[in-house]
Design a protein around this ligand. Sequence first.
Ligand SMILES: Nc1ncnc2c1ncn2[C@@H]1O[C@H](COP(=O)(O)OP(=O)(O)OP(=O)(O)O)[C@@H](O)[C@H]1O
Length: 366
Amino acid sequence: MSAALDLEGLTRVHASGSAPALDGFTLDVPAGSCVAVLGPSGSGKSTVLRLTAGLDEPTAGSVRLDGRDLAGVPPERRGMAMVFQRPLLFPHLSVRDNVAFADRVRGVPRRRARERAEEYLGLVQLAGYGDRPARALSGGQEQRVALARALAAEPRVLLLDEPFSALDTALRAEMHDLLADLRLRLDPTVLLVTHDPAEADALADAVAVLDGGRLQQAGPLGELYARPASLAVSRLLGGRTEVPGTVRDGVHTSALGPLALPGPVPDGPGVLVVRPEAVRVTAPGDPAADVTGTVVRVRRRGLRALVVVQVPGPVGTAVEAELAAGEELPAGRPVGLVLPVGARTVVPPAGPASAPDPARSAISHG
Ligand SMILES: Nc1ncnc2c1ncn2[C@@H]1O[C@H](COP(=O)(O)OP(=O)(O)OP(=O)(O)O)[C@@H](O)[C@H]1O
């Protein structure tokens, strides 16, 4: 049976005087839901899982399961199971005995533990693999066994730490499907750590974005794409259009000229961000165009192309637009761009710690 997980003000300072690895992190994971913690390397994602699992003590804050504070409860009594990026199987044991291991430690008789292991191997589509030594499995199969072993512990919360990131693209997609099926059958509460927005999109009901140990924004991923709260969130989700300017009375004025905003935004400096999927490319003379510019770079993304359009303003001011499938535009082509009002989002300018990295510049380094 799944449980509601509440993380409240979780903070972890490793050495006194050092910056916290995690700073006041608060997140609700409703029973039976899957929430992904998304963030770049070093942002504190694994720290969230370690504190939740009880593998590390928080410097401040609490972990609650169905309202019960877990302070002082050891990892094995928390009703949680964790799957890591590496499967950490016992290579000399059979696949079946790897899955049965937790039951055996709990004192379940060998025969019963092995029967249960077979059930869980069936769930991860490895029925018939029980007799094999774990060392004779492929990477994808090993990770299925790790998942079966975690599920066999009947956890109330399943903690997944980048569990599929070592797998190739096709296997990863298979594992995503498998996890979606397992969620339907077993209804566990899942807290997933990933650096990959596509993985969060495939698996999670909601996403919490971490940067520098701090929660930036939490909500359904579609909301974060449409309305990122900060440059860090926009960048993590692949946003590259960033036009600095100033907001006054609901209008953002920048090198692109005045652009009305869809909702109330406080007056003051702000950076306009727009998703490439929302930008429409048109002819330079089109009266509907909000701005005109020149295609300076084309990036392939499967059947679609992304074009980087240099627009008036300081060197490097550019807007990225996604073309329709099969549509092509060469570098050097003048174009008009429509930035639909609903797609215009203004976020606070970067502080000194998160100043834009010139190496990311859309124009100079595609
Ligand atoms: N035991 C430790 N002692 C000191 N600092 C640590 C320790 N564990 C983690 N850190 C630091 O805490 C910060 C957050 O680490 P964490 O492993 O949670 O990040 P992450 O987002 O999971 O990174 P990655 O995606 O690379 O695994 C990092 O700056 C890291 O160097």
